[in-house]
Ligand binder design. Structure first.
Ligand SMILES: [Zn+2]
Length: 174
């Protein structure tokens, strides 16, 4: 097994199959070996070889004991807003040009720094909208901005989840 395989990402599920975090093969293999986790899915065709044994390489493991987690909160920072909106202007849909953060309800009208009130906007749309509400300016949002789901964190860590992860992340089938 080469270093490349050892550094592959492994999805860790809670005892109830809820996604918990992402780790690397090495750690996932150790906790499985110690009996703390069960291998649910493997990287087909990959093996961890010792002198006399060959082990499958886990891609998804499930913890045997339920871990109580406090919901991690994600702050609506500039970077996170841009990521949530995929660097797409939420008014005209363009992905071209520098992006700005628009307060949907302007700060001057008591608009807050919240997930629901911040959106990615291109310079053109932001300037055009100015210090007005969408209603006043006629600017329409492509979709209502929302606070990302907890699973957003996992999607954020890996750009393209391995196909064996998909049923656990509740993604559409391939
Ligand atoms: Zn725009």
């Amino acid at each position: 097994m080469n270093n490349n395989s050892l550094s592959r990402e492994v999805l860790i599920l809670n005892q109830n199959y809820e996604p918990l975090s992402v780790t690397h093969v090495k750690k996932a293999f150790i906790i499985s070996y110690l009996g703390k986790a069960q291998i649910i899915e493997i990287y087909k065709g990959l093996h961890l070889n010792t002198i006399d044994k060959s082990f499958p390489v886990p891609s998804v493991v499930r913890l045997k004991n339920y871990v109580r987690i406090s919901r991690r909160t994600i702050s609506p920072t500039r970077k996170n807003i841009l990521k949530r909106d995929a660097y797409r202007c939420q008014y005209c849909g363009t992905k071209i040009g520098p992006m700005t953060i628009d307060h949907i309800i302007p700060k001057t009208m008591n608009g807050k720094d919240t997930w629901e009130n911040l959106t990615c906007a291109c310079v053109h749309c932001n300037t055009k909208k100015g210090n007005r509400t969408p209603k006043e300016s006629g600017a329409k949002l492509i979709r209502a901005p929302r606070k990302p789901h907890f699973f957003y964190l996992i999607h954020n860590i890996v750009n393209v989840p391995h196909p064996t992860w998909r049923p656990y992340l509740f993604l559409d089938p391939l």
